[in-house]
Structure formats: C-alpha cells, structure tokens
Write a protein of this length. Sequence first.
Length: 432
Amino acid sequence: MLHHTLLAGAVALLLGLPPAAGAAPLLASTDADPAPSASAAQPLLDQALAALRAGDLAQAEKHFQAAMARDPKAAGGYLGMAELAGRRGDQKKVEEWLKKGLAAAPRDAGLLHTVGVWHARHGRLNEAEKSLAEAARLAPRATTVLVSLGEVYLARSATVDKAEASFRQALTADPAFMPAKLGLARALAGRGQVPQAQAVLEEAAQAAPRDPRPLHTHARLLASQGQVNEAIQYHQRAIAVSPNFLPAYLDQGDLQLARSDIDAAVAAYRAGAAATDHPAPALFRLGVAYQAAQRWDEAQAAYLETVAKDPQMFGAYNNLAVMAADRRTNLDQALAWAEKARQIAPTSGSVMDTLGWVHRARGDLGKAVTALEQSAKMNPRDPGVQYHLGVVYSELDRRAPATNAFKKALSLNPQFRQAADARARLQRLESM
C-alpha cells in the first residue's frame, strides 16, 4: 500500500514542449526525433504551440482543432490534443486521441514513437514494441526512437540482445548520443557483461565530464551488484559534477533507506529538495523515510509539503490516508486524502486499496469490501490487497472468501509484510 509512484499524470509528447510543472515527460524529444510531417496546418499548429507555452489550454485546443480540420491526415493536431488531455489528467482521452492520430497518419514515425512510449509507460510491452519497431523502420536513424525501442527490449530478459543491437544502431547514427551509451551499458550488464558495461560508462563519463548521467548509471550498476558503498560514492561524484541533479540524491537516499540508515536517507532527500526547483519527488521520498521509521508527524509534514509543491503527487495523498487509517486517527481527513488520490489516479489499484482500508477504519465494511474487490481486479498479484480483503471478509463473517483471500495472499508471496498475521488469521478461520 506504500505508494512510490512519482509521475504527476500529465505528459509531454512530441511537440517540442516542456511538461507542465511537476509533470513527467512522456519522452524526451531531441533534434534527432522524427517530427510530425509538415502540412498546410503548420501555421495553426505553431499558434497552438505558442498558446500551450503560454499556458492557455483553451486557445491551444481551438488551434489544434482548426489544424485537424485543415489537414485531417497530419499527425500534429492529434498529438496536440493528446498533450492537452494529458495536461488535464484525462488518460482515457490521451489514448483516444493517439488512436485517432494513428487512423489518420499510420506511417508518421513521430506519432508511432509517441504511441509506443505511451504503451510502454502503461506496461503494454508487446504493443510498445510493435509501434516503436515500425517507427524505427520508417526512421532508421532517429536516435531517440531507437533508444525507446531499446528500452522496451531491455524490459524483458529474453530480448536484451535486441536491446543491445538497438542502442548500437542509435550510436551508429550519432556516436555521441548519451542515452544510447547509457542504454548500451545497461544492456551489456543485463547480458552479464559487467566489466564491458563499466568500460562503456567510464568512456562516456570521460567524453562528457560535465554530464552526471554516466556516473549515475554506473552507481546504479554498482548497487545492482551489491556494492552499495561504491554506488554511493558514484552518486556523490554525479552530484559534484551537477549539484542540481536530483536523481543522484534520490538514489543515494534510497540506498541508505534500504539499509535502514534513516538519518542518512533523510539527509540525502533534504539535500535533493534544496538543490532543485522541483523538490516534490525528494519531499515525497522524505515522507517515505519518516513513515518507515514510524515518525508519523514528520512523515505527514513531508507529504503535505509534497502536495503543496505539486498538487498532482497522488502518492503523497495516498500515504497520508494510509497512515491515518492504520493509526485510526483523523479519519474524516483520511477519507478526503484517499478520495483526492483516487481523483488524480483513478486507475491505480494501490489507491483503490487505500480507499478500501480507510473505509474499513471508519467502520464502513460494505464500502471497504467494494473498493478492495475493485483493487484486487486491478492488482490481481498484490498480496497486500488480498490480505486486506481477507481481513474485511473476516470482519463481515464471510469465512470462505476470507480463507481464500488469505491463502491467495500467501501463495503470491509467502514473505509479504503482513504474512505472519495472514497465517495467524487463516489458522483461526480453519480451526472454526
């Protein structure tokens, strides 16, 4: 139930635009990306982009709609409408506009790239691979497309060799393209060629001494090999190179938190928050650290500061609700926090789980079981959700489904956080 998602919900598509404040871009555009094909609608698209940069979404929508009317076969208008839907937090509409764009411009490499990354962000790797492979076929020297395709291949152990090939193809097109170098190193490590991966990263760091990313990637590689102290040293080197590079602070804090050094984790997160203009991710992690240490008041303060900096950080609302429900305190506010999280992230099974647990803490078992059953459908392999269902079924005296829920939780993960309590509850049920 502890939610670590940092994405804010908005997207930045292939429009050459920065994301909305606090939002995570869908992908990072570069000059090497294939842009949507120019058309008679381009002047209208230019006006729409200017309106978006000014934050005038209504005016941008007007121009995007006019662009589509002028040239229904051009991808730009559909990408623009998807961007607007993302900024408004309407994920369903994003998908609808991307599908309409594909129907209108099925051979637009930029659109296919965006669709592929969108699928990948939602865990649909087969669909992502199909879209990105077609984009790469249409634009074989588009480095960012090749890197995106490599990342999808890298997400599956069976296709790591394809990932390496895709990253190498990107480097053939642009030998200095850093994301391809970093991807190649990760692919080599995924194939067990750790020394070769480290060599690639060392070369990349030497070639770009003011870029923290090779050092940061090297730190992650070291951490994956269990070399935590060395990993922290590399994170510190990345920070020395670029003092406002937030990922190094976050990862350093995560490593300290993993070895239960709460004070060191807190120091890393606080330093990260102070180093950036967008501190919400660091403040959220700070709340997680305090929550892990059961320092409830400090955790609550950190989460509240998180949403003050970025109101779309639904994980913070979620965790505020979790803490209140577990402690049976401030339950009216807990429900408000849980509902706020659900409003921002309506498709999150973790958020639905929290909402059910809050209803249970408030004594409304009917609403609790409804929410938890929905969460179980959304996250069928989450043992914590099954455990919560078992608890509520038991409290409703529904012994058979409670027994099944506890058994499923333990079969999914015999060592999950509440496993001991699940076994004890199951034993009591089976002895009745």
